[in-house]
Design a protein around this ligand. Sequence first.
Ligand SMILES: CCCCCCCCCCCC(=O)SCCNC(=O)CCNC(=O)[C@H](O)C(C)(C)COP(=O)(O)OP(=O)(O)OC[C@H]1O[C@@H](n2cnc3c(N)ncnc32)[C@H](O)[C@@H]1OP(=O)(O)O
Length: 197
Amino acid sequence: MNGPSIPTTPTTPPADAVLPERSPLAPAPGTLIGSHYDECFGCGPHHPQGLQLTAVAGEHLDVTARFTVKPAHQGGPGLAHGGVLVSALDETLGTLNWLLGAPAVTGRLETDFVRPVPVDSVLHIHARVTGVHGRKVYSAAEGRIGGPDGPVAIRAQALFIQVKLEHFTTHGRPEDVRKILDDPDQIKRARAFEVNP
Ligand SMILES: CCCCCCCCCCCC(=O)SCCNC(=O)CCNC(=O)[C@H](O)C(C)(C)COP(=O)(O)OP(=O)(O)OC[C@H]1O[C@@H](n2cnc3c(N)ncnc32)[C@H](O)[C@@H]1OP(=O)(O)O
């Protein structure tokens, strides 16, 4: 008879996953990772209902981010909507791909909601790469309230899949793609992937 099975999910890195070096193009540790797209719901600085999340590169394959819950983000009265909190973690986890120097999209995101998050709270998020296996990037994040060392309110594990830049230019609504290609400054972070539209 075999021993107890170790629970795994598609977001748990396999034993032969690796932790690569930071990309030479990665933002330096401690620097703000700018928005990749002004109209992004997660990080776009001018999106009126967006999260306007800001992220800072960590020393390793990790980032810290902050998101202030606004009244537009309510689910229950005075409380953050769970889906909005998931968006904040998804956005932060997505930012890790700038440290790896390759674009990737979320394939799977598993979330545990641990405690309610009131409006006006600042969610302090820490996310890190837990392994890379081929095109698959495994990562984990947690969001705390009341300060960076406050209690955990939400945690997640994710599987991102690396894609070519054509993923975005092929599938995006044409007028938005055209606008971006006409104004490469809009995709500031994409420069880290050496975009040559
Ligand atoms: C300009 C810069 C802007 C950059 C902008 C960045 C924006 C970031 C925003 C935050 C992040 C997001 O929300 S991104 C938006 C939300 N996500 C999406 O829209 C993704 C929609 N899904 C897709 O486009 C596709 O399903 C992909 C790309 C994920 C995978 O398609 P594919 O490329 O054909 O790859 P495929 O062969 O199917 O899968 C590759 C491997 O991954 C595994 N795999 C794939 N999906 C899953 C899954 N859900 N759960 C488990 N495993 C999966 C497969 O089994 C396979 O394993 P094996 O056989 O190799 O073992």
